[in-house]
Design a protein around this ligand. Structure first.
Ligand code: V47
Length: 363
């Protein structure tokens, strides 16, 4: 007896033969009621890519400031004025102090992002990277989303490619995937008015790739998007990856509505979280890694997602502000021992990786 219902057999054959799925098949899968069968297919697709290995890294997040000139409805991290309660901006020494402590604790990747600050000079961002690079020559600096890059460029009168080049020279090693939200031009203004378009996001990632900077990609789901809009987002990423090959991993981000202007929405259910991970794995045939972000999913659901196509568990993290501002009940930190246990207990082999997926240690 096969666990697969008959209507999924043709897709199962395509997965075995490593054939690309169509938009219609993506929609069909995203709406399929049999979650266990989706998981089975996604697990198969994942094992065809990286076998039983599941990756994690020893990383830390640094959010240099929550001041932002934008007012995205999806976000509760931002403050529009320095006078607002809770508004903060870290100076270079504060950032270095944090980074030193993380580095001594074994962290090898810093994920550095912040709001679109109304008045920090461009030199501030270059100085952060240069100082970190000088003190910690072997640390990976996954810094500044495409949205920040675009903002720096506009303020400086430079092209985004020039900014990327200067940041790279200052020590940046890759770009995080934040800011993608949902590419649909219907949805985007409703959840993130004024944010760069999906086309611009993709163009900046392609520019980064052309300069030898790998990047990550994300999709924010579980708000007002349709199934078709989700699949369109995935297909745009797949096409961009066909062109440049510079995306390292895809991170589906489930919307947390608490405390945001969209607090009346329910957010995704656990089934939805697993469905999006599974369908992402099946649609994104040219992405090696699908990342389960436990801050968003909770550590337990992130562990379960390892049976639904995910093969990367992010990470030790240490301190997270964006999701916690929107009601995340997850802890801020997972030890390496815990990550190893979660992966091992899922029947997979834990592998510690560096920022660009070189193997650091196999468990
Ligand atoms: O772009 C903001 C999302 C993203 C909310 O590249 C929200 O390795 C849910 O991109 N509910 C930032 N999501 C986080 C991010 C990320 C995380 C982990 C790893 C990587 C990586 C990237 O968080 C934002 C936005 O899409 N976000 N507010 C919210 N209320």
């Amino acid at each position: 007896m096969s666990i697969l219902p008959e209507d999924l057999q043709p897709i199962a054959e395509k997965i075995e033969n490593k054939e690309r799925l169509t938009k219609e098949e993506g929609i069909f899968l995203m709406e399929h009621p049999n979650l266990a069968a989706l998981g089975y297919l996604a697990d198969r697709a994942r094992k065809l890519k990286t076998g039983k290995q599941v990756f994690f890294n020893n990383n830390a997040h640094i959010n240099y400031s929550n001041l932002c000139v934008m007012t995205c409805k999806l976000c509760n991290f931002y403050k529009n004025s320095a006078d607002e309660e809770g508004a903060y901006t870290m100076d270079r020494e504060q950032i270095l102090e944090k980074a030193r402590a993380y580095y001594q604790a074994g962290v090898r990747e810093l994920h550095i992002v912040g709001g679109l600050h109304p008045d920090l000079p461009y030199q501030y961002y270059l100085d952060i990277l240069k100082s970190l690079r000088t003190e910690m020559p072997d640390i990976s600096l996954k810094a500044f989303t495409a949205v920040e890059i675009d903002y720096f460029a506009k303020r400086e009168g430079l092209s985004s490619k020039e900014v990327l080049l200067e940041l790279k020279e200052a020590g940046q090693t890759s770009l995080p995937g934040g800011g993608a939200e949902l590419f649909s031009s219907r949805v985007r203004p409703m959840i993130a008015r004024g944010k760069i378009s999906g086309e611009k996001y993709l163009a900046i990632h392609q520019e980064a790739h052309s300069l030898g900077l790998p990047t990550n990609a994300t999709m924010l789901y579980g708000h007002i998007e349709t199934t078709e809009e989700r699949i369109d987002h995935l297909i745009q990423l797949r096409e961009a990856q066909d062109e440049s090959g510079g995306f390292q991993c895809f991170i589906p981000l489930g919307f947390h509505p608490e405390n945001t202007e969209l607090a009346h929405l329910a957010g995704p259910s656990g089934y939805d979280d697993l469905r999006v991970i599974a369908v992402s794995r099946l649609m994104l045939d040219n992405f090696e890694y699908i990342k389960a972000y436990w801050v968003m999913l909770t550590p337990k659901l992130a562990q379960i997602s390892l049976a639904f196509g995910a093969n990367d568990l992010d990470g030790t993290v240490r301190e997270e502000k964006i999701y916690h501002a929107a009601g995340s009940k997850s802890p801020h930190f997972q030890s390496i021992e815990t990550l190893v246990r979660l992966i091992r207990d899922s029947g997979n082999q834990p592998v510690e990786r560096d920022s660009i997926y070189n193997i650091v240690r196999e468990y």
